[in-house]
Design a protein around this ligand. Structure first.
Ligand code: 1GP
Length: 248
């Protein structure tokens, strides 16, 4: 089944989805094999692969190793239009709808479209929203945009609503990699109230309680990168918090 349909189906059945984010920059094959094992042992649903900067040619190696050592789907979460590679199951086709940088809203997508068509990847149209999380993140700097203030849930809600009306199939609320604070439950809940499409939440999630809070507020898919890298032993608990979550 296509990945997007799988996510929708999981949402309909109330099962929360967990993705482990792998940033390939500066890593080697042995690292990717360890991450594949770690994610498999923890029962992650998906691997997301990408980063704001991938300086050398390790994306291909990363995809190759993950696919060779895990059966979970691998989804490219591109930090730039250079990160298109056919050796994944799908790609998040991001439009940075929280910003007002035309290149990030549509420019890069126009350049990437013919390559994506050729790649055969499943393309998942995603409204990507950067949320101010208390500290400047690489994503903010690289995108040259202002984030949505963390205490303005209504701006996030209207932005997500517009994204859904434009036909985007996922809304991704991201505090940015290594965010000081995760996106607030209030903001997730405000977005949940106004859109039907699945909501992805990531950035700064470090504890099972934060996973539970995000799920309770209405997140459908939780993304964790840094916390799993720093404390691999906590990954299992984070995944369990998502998978064991039951809405009251
Ligand atoms: C960043 O949502 C991801 O784009 C994950 O962030 O690395 O802080 O978990 P962390």
């Amino acid at each position: 089944m296509p990945i997007q349909a799988t996510i929708k189906e999981m949402k309909a059945s109330g099962r929360k989805v967990f993705a482990l984010l792998v940033d390939p920059d500066g890593r080697d094959a042995a690292y990717f094999r360890r991450v594949a094992q770690l994610g498999t042992d923890a029962c992650v649903d998906f691997f997301f692969v990408g980063g704001s900067l991938i300086a050398d040619d390790v994306l291909d190696l990363c995809l190759h190793e993950l696919r060779a050592h895990t059966t979970s789907p691998v989804i490219i979460f591109p930090g730039s239009s250079l990160q298109i590679n056919p050796n994944a199951d799908a790609i998040l086709f991001l439009s940075l709808i929280s910003g007002r940088n035309a290149e990030m809203l549509i420019g890069r997508q126009v350049t990437a479209a013919p390559y994506l068509r050729k790649s055969g990847l499943e393309v998942i149209a995603t409204g990507y929203m950067l949320i101010d999380s208390g500290r400047s993140t690489t994503a903010l700097y690289m995108s040259n945009t202002l984030p949505i203030p963390g205490d303005k849930p209504q701006i996030a809600a209207c932005t997500a609503m517009a994204g859904e009306m434009l036909g985007l199939g996922l809304i991704y609320l991201d505090g940015g990699s290594g965010a000081a604070n995760p996106v607030s439950p209030e903001m997730i809940a405000a977005v949940r109230q106004v859109v039907e499409v699945p909501i992805v939440v990531g950035g700064g999630i470090r504890t099972p309680d934060q996973v539970t809070e995000a799920c309770k507020a209405g997140a459908d898919l939780i993304v964790v990168g840094n916390a799993a890298e720093k404390n691999p032993e906590t990954l299992k608990q984070l995944v369990e918090a998502a998978h064991n979550f039951k809405q009251d």
